[in-house]
Design a protein. Structure first.
Length: 94
């Protein structure tokens, strides 16, 4: 996982004054999992990162993209709309 993302999440939690335990309860995770994410040892699931971004008012799409990932809702949209995939392919060929 990106150390920058881990650091950003740690800073956001520290700034909020929340303990790992309190944050874990708010986002439906474990203290251990959050600690591993903040240390950059574990990549958060999409669900967890969405919850953290909502809690700290962070841009989920920017963080998820920096992990080299495409959000599940976007992937589903592309699968349901093959024309979108063709447009993306055309753009990549340029």
């Amino acid at each position: 996982m990106s150390k920058k993302i881990a650091q950003r999440l740690l800073q956001a939690r520290t700034k909020s004054g929340l303990s790992l335990r309190a944050l874990a309860l708010k986002v439906g995770s474990s203290k251990t999992q959050l600690q591993r994410v903040e240390m950059g040892l574990s990549q958060p699931s999409e669900r967890l990162l969405r919850a953290l971004c909502k809690e700290f008012d962070l841009d989920f799409d920017a963080l998820w993209q920096s992990l080299g990932r495409v959000p599940e809702d976007v992937t589903k949209f592309i699968v349901k709309n093959p024309k979108v995939l063709k447009l993306i392919r055309k753009e990549l060929e340029r």
